[in-house]
Design a protein. Structure first.
Length: 273
């Protein structure tokens, strides 16, 4: 690690202390005019369990693989570009997994969408989600740098960007702005919708109900991080998952978490422009 990288890491780590303190103060309702509010009406608790959770995640992985097998030959032959292929794969997997969730939870258990997290929420919660995104940018980046330093020093693992980031960077280098726009659609709209419903909606709810917030957030965030298949990003993604679980917990709604997730992904893409 170069001296410049170490210097940047130290600065990020020092700045993270007051920013994390501010984050804790917001979650503790100790910051005036910046508060997270739960809905007044009680929500029906989730009735599904591990079998349904495994089925939903398994179907999501299957549909991603199925769509990839169908789309990759089209990309290889040049019929569609890499970016459009990614959008098609994620959209198909999201839509089909949505059907599975509907059949399992709405038809089989007869539960309302509010039990998954589709609960109306106030504008103040959405604004607070944006504020939290802004003040956690540096701590998450510092965690990323520290985690990759640990991987490099103790395991000899070099930092490797996620495959989608590599494809995106290639599109930027080639100035293929249509492809860049398609990546934005996929990362800012499709991915946050799918991942929040699956991990903070279907997964987190039953675990939180049976074993508490800590277990629910830890397990669902761990699987969320593993699902991205990136050792370099595992710990930051785990921390991000825990933060999104807490947003879901404090507001009773998936919408603030979706806003946070969408802006987080969008900022990641913009950094690589």
């Amino acid at each position: 690690m170069s001296s410049q990288e170490i210097h940047g890491l130290v600065i990020f780590a020092v700045l993270s202390v007051p920013l994390l303190s501010l984050t804790a103060a917001i979650f503790g309702d100790r910051v005036p005019f910046v508060r997270l509010r739960r809905p007044r009406d009680p929500q029906e608790p989730p009735l599904w369990g591990w079998a349904e959770i495994i089925m939903v995640i398994g179907c999501w992985c299957f549909f991603l693989l199925f769509a990839s097998r169908a789309v990759v030959p089209l990309v290889t032959s040049g019929v569609v570009g890499d970016a459009l292929g990614v959008v098609i794969i994620q959209t198909v997997a999201t839509a089909m997994t949505g059907v599975v969730i509907y059949v399992l939870l709405r038809r089989l258990f007869g539960q309302p969408w509010t039990s998954v997290g589709f609960v109306p929420t106030g504008g103040s919660n959405l604004v607070t989600a944006l504020v939290l995104w802004l003040i956690t940018l540096i701590p998450i980046q510092a965690l990323y740098l520290i985690w990759n330093l640990i991987l490099r020093l103790f395991f000899g693992h070099e930092t490797v960007p996620q495959e989608l980031v590599k494809i995106y960077e290639t599109c930027v280098e080639n100035r293929d702005w249509v492809a860049v726009g398609l990546f934005m659609v996929s990362g800012v709209i499709v991915a946050p919708l799918a991942e929040e419903v699956i991990f903070r909606g279907v997964f987190y709810g039953p675990l939180r109900l049976r074993w508490g917030i800590l277990v629910g957030a830890t397990v669902s965030s761990g699987v969320f991080a593993v699902a991205h298949w990136s050792a370099s990003a595992f710990l930051p993604l785990f921390a991000l998952g825990c933060l999104l679980c807490y947003l879901r917990e404090r507001t009773g709604s998936l919408y603030p978490a979706m806003v946070f997730h969408a802006v987080f992904n969008g900022a990641t893409f913009l950094v690589h422009l």
